[in-house]
Design a protein around this ligand. Structure first.
Ligand code: 13P
Length: 249
């Protein structure tokens, strides 16, 4: 009942020549059986939308400002992303939380700003290694969910991405039991807060060192509805097997 989502976050990688990867991706998956999203750097969004035209491949931003408009040099509003043709935006990625000191409150407000423009927000949460080693993972997840999600949302405008900070870009992946524990916990929390209908319908992605070689086992875990992929989304030949694994899950 939840449509699976294979999402790629290009982070601060890619100039115009990277659009060829989108062309290769759409050619490799002319009629994908899952939703596909690529979040290129903001400079490429408009061109990426053109490259993805007439194909279900969706394009998203990697961040948005919480305000609609104003004196915020270097920032991008949700309305601007929408205008550029984006349909999704990531909020609260751990690199934003760390590099830009983003708090749960800021992320909640960014998520609301995204919703106000009709964008689907992919709200990212996840514990650090220190927090996991201190056996605080579920408390951290509960706090981030409580703080980063608005009180009003729908399963159509919100996706959760569980990305353990220590698994991002490190090649370290939690065990399937560890992933399952957190995803089941997120599901329970969503059902408690938003009711069973919405709570059961929100998609929960796993992110952190997902590759073609580990995708099958990750996608077999309960309540894993897809992946948010960094490094392995930059090249179509690396991302394509992840999409196929999700189609087959
Ligand atoms: P990697 O897939 O490179 O570990 O990055 C995950 C991530 O941060 C996606 O948002």
């Amino acid at each position: 009942m939840r449509r699976k989502l294979a999402a790629g976050n290009w982070k601060m990688n890619g100039t115009s020549d990277a659009l060829a990867q989108l062309t290769a991706l759409r050619n490799a998956h002319p009629t994908p059986g899952v939703d596909i999203l690529i979040c290129p750097p903001a400079t490429l969004i408009s061109a990426a939308v053109v490259t993805a035209a007439d194909h279900p491949l969706a394009i998203g931003g990697q961040d948005c400002h919480m305000a609609q408009i104003g004196a915020h040099t270097g920032d991008i509003s949700a309305a601007m992303l929408k205008d550029a043709g984006a349909s999704y935006v990531l909020t609260g990625h751990s690199e934003r939380r760390t590099d830009h000191n983003e708090t749960d409150e800021m992320i909640r407000n960014k998520t609301k700003a995204a919703h106000a423009e009709g964008l689907i927000a992919v709200v990212c949460i996840g514990e650090t290694l220190k927090e996991r080693e201190a056996a605080n993972t579920l408390d951290i997840i509960a706090g981030q969910l409580a703080g980063s999600l608005p009180d009003v949302l729908t399963a159509e405008n919100t996706v959760i991405a569980y990305e353990p900070v220590w698994a991002i870009g490190t090649g370290k992946v939690p065990t399937t039991n560890q992933i399952g524990e957190v995803h089941d916990y997120i599901r329970t929390k969503l059902e408690q807060r938003y009711g069973a209908g919405v709570g059961k319908s929100i998609r929960i992605l796993y992110g952190g060192s997902v590759k073609g070689s580990n995708a099958d086992e990750i996608f077999a875990v309960s309540n894993v509805d897809g992946a948010l992929v960094g490094g392995a989304s930059l090249k179509a030949e690396d991302f394509s097997p992840i999409i196929t694994a999700l189609e087959n899950a």
